[in-house]
Write a protein that binds this ligand. Structure first.
Ligand SMILES: [Zn+2]
Length: 130
């Protein structure tokens, strides 16, 4: 008995009720068109692929379904831009904190600071302060 070979699954028909951007098999909303052409009468033949589960499908989609997919792409693109801005802002805050810490460390190196603390707390006699 050998290991089963992986075979390429032929494209299936089947639409997600959520739209072209949603996978008909898993919950991914990253489905992408791999091939398309206009059929006429306001319909498009579209082949889709899910990058998360490798589902592929093909079907006819109305112009309004294609328009909704385009709107979803715009919404997803805007969401990515907002996430990138948040990440950039968080990285800049972290970098500012690191720079501030380095500036303080340059002004007060740990060895020098410890020497100053010891000088204040240990009297010349070597006895701890009362
Ligand atoms: Zn999927």
């Amino acid at each position: 008995m050998g290991v089963p070979r992986r075979t390429k699954t032929p494209p299936r028909t089947g639409k997600s009720v959520e739209g072209m951007h949603a996978c008909a098999t898993c919950s991914s909303v990253l489905v992408q068109p791999t091939n398309w052409h206009e059929q006429g009468d306001g319909y498009w033949y579209v082949e889709l692929r899910c990058p998360e589960c490798e589902w592929t499908g093909r079907d006819s989609y109305s112009q309004s379904e294609v328009d909704r997919y385009d709107e979803e792409l715009d919404r997803g693109g805007q969401e990515l831009i907002e996430d990138l801005r948040s990440l950039t802002r968080a990285n800049m805050e972290d970098e500012a904190d690191r720079l501030a810490l380095r500036a303080v460390e340059r002004q007060h190196p740990p060895g020098r600071l410890l020497a100053r603390i010891n000088k204040r707390t240990i009297p010349p006699t070597g006895l701890p302060p009362c």
